[in-house]
Design a protein around this ligand. Structure first.
Ligand SMILES: NC(=O)c1ccc[n+]([C@@H]2O[C@H](COP(=O)([O-])OP(=O)(O)OC[C@H]3O[C@@H](n4cnc5c(N)ncnc54)[C@H](O)[C@@H]3O)[C@@H](O)[C@H]2O)c1
Ligand SMILES: [Zn+2]
Length: 333
């Protein structure tokens, strides 16, 4: 599948094809040099496939994990780019999950005021969610994605074959975002997760999500309206994430529990719970509701005791709703 994402600053192809990593050089086909970026959690077999196609190129590999999304890792990466004489005409190619994409994307956005950037996402989360849309960032003093830039990639190559080595936990974690997209935008996508053999439909799941994300990003690049629907489950989910110190639960796991907490429709809730359980994702979060509420208010700008959330009463039809913070508090108990 090939789609073209049209944004105000750039138009770029997203190509999804099993095994495309092996043809990356041919498909990317850029002039100038390339600089490769990955992390040490991406299995060597995938890094090697890319490296072999660019024998002259340097591959910068940093330690995997969210703790690498900081100024120190960014500085080391930028210094390495400088040492390898990366010029304005060159291209950064990122091979990895959301951490590699966010960090390499931000390095590409800031190095010499911005150079070309190709993203090859290797986790379900990055293929579904973070590889298109142009958000790049690092964390600052425990504040996630606090420093960053909107910087669209020049191309995104999505190879579902690389997901074969992903741990079951990370595999399901990313799929929580796909479940969210099914609930808010695409009834047929949600239906795939109600089948036992959902893993056999991974290519369809990813392509449906890429199409949803493309449409939303094109209509609302900077998150003024429609893109907000992608935040379903995130208001409470982020607070769960913070209350557990960003370590215990992964992001997608918190989104799943956040969707469970916010939804009103009991029938839908039990269908969602069944899907989350099928994917071995947690359904409810053990935490102090008052603490979660406090974190939630810190995170979101409540206006005179009111807050905008995303709600779903009917599958595929997410909408924005303005509710009182008191009503939101009750959902946590
Ligand atoms: N830019 C955006 O729009 C956006 C959206 C959502 C999330 N994010 C960011 O994405 C990050 C999370 O991304 P993630 O969930 O991909 O985590 P991640 O990048 O940390 O990857 C998870 C783990 O899997 C390893 N890994 C990667 N590919 C693998 C493969 N094919 N086989 C085996 N292991 C592999 C990684 O090394 C890492 O240890 C967060 O920092 C989050 O803030 C960004
Ligand atoms: Zn998310």
């Amino acid at each position: 599948m090939k789609i073209t994402v049209h944004t105000k600053t750039k138009e770029y192809p997203v190509i999804q094809e099993r095994g495309i990593l092996k043809r990356a050089e041919e498909v990317i086909g850029r002039s100038g040099h390339v600089f490769l970026v990955s992390d040490d959690g991406v299995p060597e077999q995938w890094r090697k496939i890319l490296q072999e196609q660019y024998p002259e190129a340097h591959m910068h590999v940093f330690a995997n994990g969210e703790q690498s999304k900081n100024f120190d890792t960014l500085k080391t990466l930028l210094e390495d780019m400088l040492e390898h004489h990366v010029s304005r005409a060159d291209t950064v190619i990122a091979l990895g999950g959301g951490v590699v994409g966010d960090l390499a994307g931000f390095a590409a956005a800031s190095y010499m005021r911005g150079i070309a950037y190709v993203n090859i996402p290797t986790t379900t989360l990055s293929q579904i969610d973070s590889s298109i849309g142009g958000k790049t960032a690092i964390d600052l003093n425990g504040h996630k994605n606090c420093v960053g830039a909107f910087w669209q990639p020049d191309m995104v190559l999505v190879d579902t074959e690389v997901l074969d080595t992903l741990s079951p936990r990370h595999y399901s974690n990313g799929l929580a975002e796909a479940i969210k997209e099914g609930l808010t935008f695409d009834e047929e996508l949600f239906a795939v997760f109600e089948k036992d053999d959902y893993r056999e439909h991974i290519d369809e799941i990813i392509s449906r999500c890429l199409n949803i994300k493309k449409n939303v990003v094109e209509h609302d690049e900077r998150e003024a309206g429609e893109r907000k629907l992608l935040n379903f489950g995130h208001t409470i989910g982020h607070a769960y994430e913070s209350s557990h110190g960003l370590n215990e639960y992964l992001h997608g796991e918190c989104v799943g529990m956040g969707m469970m907490a916010i939804m009103n429709n009991e029938e839908l809730k039990s269908r969602l719970a069944a899907v989350l359980q099928r994917l071995h994702l947690p359904v409810s979060c053990e935490s102090d509701p008052e603490e979660v509420f406090r974190l939630l208010l810190n995170d979101k700008k409540a206006d005179h005791g009111r807050i905008t959330i995303v709600q779903v009463d009917e599958i595929g039809k997410g909408y924005l709703q303005d509710i009182s913070t008191e009503d939101l508090r009750e959902k946590l108990i």
